[in-house]
Design a protein around this ligand. Structure first.
Ligand code: TYD
Length: 206
């Protein structure tokens, strides 16, 4: 049987990384060893594209170039890691996916959705996630958590307006497709979040 493709996405600092190993444990116990991965990145080549995209450069990265790099990395990742794993019957758990492109390159940076939708149709096509958890947190809390971080990348130095647009885009996308999206309130205690997620997984993939 084909594996399932599960994505964790949403604003930074809402607890994705904490929940990732817990979800992987749940998958491992019931469906065997999952592939845990991330975007941009996930394969050596895609990680190189990630490094290029997120690094501070002396030269500006035009928004369309940034979008194309996200999708270049995504294409490599899907072809070389995600799709083969799903075909083998392995489950894939991925930190960020297409919704990040709509949220950051689209809503956040004021890019249009059309080129993103076109790239999604070419590159992702039918390989859509089975389930997307959107980790949500009010923008003031996101700012707090981002400030507490040690390392900041180019994307972390965002203003409130930017983060608000990013957050709203995630919530809009989740609301438009409740069969595939589940919004997680990242302000809850870590163990509560885990329980909510596991309950969701049990109900969905029983
Ligand atoms: P990551 O370091 O995983 O974010 P965090 O730990 O903050 O959740 O992701 C790197 C950044 O890449 C993040 O700020 C969001 C951004 N990104 C995009 O802008 N577009 C995309 O399509 C993806 C996948 C990520």
């Amino acid at each position: 049987m084909r594996g399932r493709f599960i994505v964790l996405d949403g604003v930074e600092g809402a607890g994705k990384s904490t929940q990732m190993p817990r979800i992987a444990d749940w998958i491992r116990k019931r469906h065997g060893e999952p592939v845990t991965t991330r975007e941009p990145g996930g394969t050596p080549l895609a990680e190189q594209i990630r490094a290029l995209t997120l690094a501070d450069q002396d030269e500006p990265l035009p928004p369309m170039a940034e979008l194309l790099m996200m999708f270049a990395a995504r294409s490599v990742h899907l072809e070389n890691l995600v799709a083969p794993a799903l075909d083998r019957g392995q489950w894939v758990l991925c930190d960020r996916f297409v919704d990040s492109s709509y949220a950051y390159q689209g809503a956040g940076q004021g890019g249009r959705d059309e080129p993103i939708a076109w790239l999604e149709a070419q590159i992702v096509a039918a390989r859509q996630p089975d389930l997307v958890f959107i980790f949500d947190l009010p923008v003031e809390r996101v700012m707090e958590r981002v400030r507490q971080r040690q390392a900041m990348d180019r994307f972390d130095r965002a203003d409130t307006g930017f983060l608000q647009r990013v957050r709203d885009a995630y919530l809009r996308r989740a609301a438009a497709d409740s069969s595939r999206y589940c919004v997680i309130d990242g302000a809850q205690p870590v163990d509560v979040v885990s329980r909510v997620i596991i309950e969701h997984l049990e109900a969905r993939f029983a």
